[in-house]
Design a protein around this ligand. Sequence first.
Ligand SMILES: Nc1ncnc2c1ncn2[C@@H]1O[C@H](COP(=O)(O)OP(=O)(O)OP(=O)(O)O)[C@@H](O)[C@H]1O
Length: 281
Amino acid sequence: MQTAHQGGGPAPTAPAVIRARGIDHYYEGQTGWIHALSHLDLDIPREEFLCIIGPSGCGKSTFLKIVAGLVEPSAGEILLDGKKITGPGPDRGIVFQEPALFAWRTVIGNVEFGLQMQKMPKAQARERAQQVLDIVGLGHVTNLYPYQLSGGMRHRVAVARAWALTSAKLLLMDEPFSAIDAINRMTLQDYLIDTWMKEKRTVLYVTHDIDEAVYLADRILLMRPSPGRIGRYFHVDMERPRDRNSAEFAALKAEITEEMHKSADDGYESDDASAHAGVAA
Ligand SMILES: Nc1ncnc2c1ncn2[C@@H]1O[C@H](COP(=O)(O)OP(=O)(O)OP(=O)(O)O)[C@@H](O)[C@H]1O
C-alpha cells in the first residue's frame, strides 16, 4: 500500500475551511527584524487532520497564532470559511501545551465554560460536555477538580473543552502533549484520534514529533526555516488506527526524518532565495 505521496501541496476534494494566502510575518528582535514566515499559502480542507512539523524556529507556532487571531500577520490574509480572520473567535478552539484549566471549576464545569460563553442553553451545554467527556474517556470523573486529576487526564480535559465547542469550525493544537512522557503521550494520541474518528473536525496540529504526526495526520506539512516557509507535504494514506510497528509506518517516518534533517541544514538562506520557494514539492 502506498503510505504517502509528496507533491505540490494540497489536493483537497472538500472546500477549504482555511485558506491562507501570501502570509509573511516579521518580529522585531534585539538586533533587527526576524523573518518568521515567508510567502505562505495553505489550504486546509474540511475535516482534514493536518500536522505541521519542522525544525525549531521555522514558524509553526507563529502560523498557528495567526490562524488563532492572536498575532496579526505582517502581510497576507487568512480566510476561515471565506471570512477574513481579524482576531480570536468562538469559531476556533485552541489547545496549548499547558492545559490551563480553571482550578475552581470541575471537569464538566471546565468543558461547559466555552459552551456557556457561546450562549448554549444550560441543559444542552451539560449534555454536550458529558458527551465529549465520554468520548475522551473521562465520563466517570466529571465532578472532580483539576488538582484531583493526573497530568494526562488534565490534557484530555483541555482537548475535550476545545472539542466540545460546537461553534468551532477549526481546532488548533500547539504541541498539546509534548510535556507528557512517551507512554502517556501515545495514550493521549489514541484518545484524540478516536475522538476525531467519532466526530470528524478540521484540525491544525503543531508538533515536533514525527512519530506523532505520522500516527495522527491525514497530511503532514514539513516547514523549512530561515525564513519559515512551506517545505514539503506528505499525504498519509494508512488506515486508522495505525500500527506504529508496521514497515509502512517506519518507512514514512524515516523519509520525513531525512527530509527534516535536510531542511534544518537548509536554514540561513537569504530572503531573496526563499522568496521564490512558494508551495514547493
Ligand atoms: N514574540 C516574538 N518576538 C520575537 N521573535 C519571535 C517571537 N515569537 C517567535 N519569534 C521568532 O520567530 C521565529 C519563529 O518562531 P516560532 O515560535 O513560530 O517557531 P516554531 O517553529 O514554532 O519553533 P519551536 O518548534 O521551537 O516551537 C523564531 O526565530 C523565533 O525566535
